[in-house]
Design a protein around this ligand. Structure first.
Ligand code: C5P
Length: 214
């Protein structure tokens, strides 16, 4: 029996990660944060003193990626997010981790019956066959404030203008790259979370997914 695939795409700090985790827990599906793969590749290049936009360095890091070398704290910094979007614009980096993502989707770990994967190109490129696709967005101002709250909660010193500039640069790079740009799949449900809290977003999405997999 083939697994149920739920694809959650959207912009940085749109709330898609929180939503994807809650959906996975609710439906008892496996969860894959595809952004963490790009983040790990970006951080691996930085650890070697390299440049994440250098193709040969980024591709070498992608091909030898060992995700166990990174803690969630290593991956969730703003610097890791920026490095991730630089390596993610390189087609050979994307190609190197494509099959891993598809295998995870089609053969979820621990015999789970489905998966929730979040990213930028899950509904369009990685799993165009996903049963439920959601594209999550929120206005830039809302995303800046959410990201600041998240960073302050971790005790980071935050410069608002810097957070805004990083998010804008990341969005621009993610939507304009030639390979797998961030965009909603034609059959994705577009969910603007600007005026919704996390519980409201979860309730709406839960009903949408339940309707798709019934
Ligand atoms: O989602 P997150 O902010 O962790 O992703 C970090 C970066 O990784 C994104 O800005 C994007 O450039 C890249 N990414 C991607 N495709 C995905 C997931 C993430 O290009 N499926």
């Amino acid at each position: 029996m083939s697994s149920v695939i739920v694809a959650i795409d959207g912009s940085a700090a749109s709330g898609k990660g929180t939503l994807a985790k809650r959906l996975a827990a609710h439906f008892n599906y496996a969860y894959l944060d595809s952004g963490s793969l790009y983040r790990a590749i970006g951080v691996a290049v930085l650890r070697q003193g390299g440049d994440p936009s250098n193709e040969s360095q980024a591709v070498a890091a992608a091909r030898t990626l060992d995700i166990s070398q990174f803690t969630p704290e290593d991956l969730r910094t703003e610097a890791a997010g920026v490095a991730a979007s630089q390596v993610a614009a390189i087609p050979a980096v994307r190609a190197a981790i494509l099959q891993f993502q598809r295998d995870f989707a089609h053969k979820p770990p621990q015999g789970k019956k489905g998966v929730v994967i979040d990213g930028r190109d899950i509904g369009t490129v990685v799993c165009p066959d996903a049963q439920a696709k959601i594209f999550v967005s929120a206005s830039l101002e809302v995303r800046v404030q959410r990201r600041i709250k998240e960073l302050r909660a971790k005790g980071e010193v935050v410069i608002e203008a810097r957070v805004r500039a990083d998010l804008e640069a990341r969005d621009a790079r993610d939507s304009s790259r030639s390979v797998a740009p961030m965009k909603p799949a034609e059959d994705a449900w577009q969910l603007d979370t600007s005026t919704l809290n996390a519980d409201e977003v979860f309730d709406l999405a839960k009903k949408f997914v339940a309707g798709k997999i019934a």
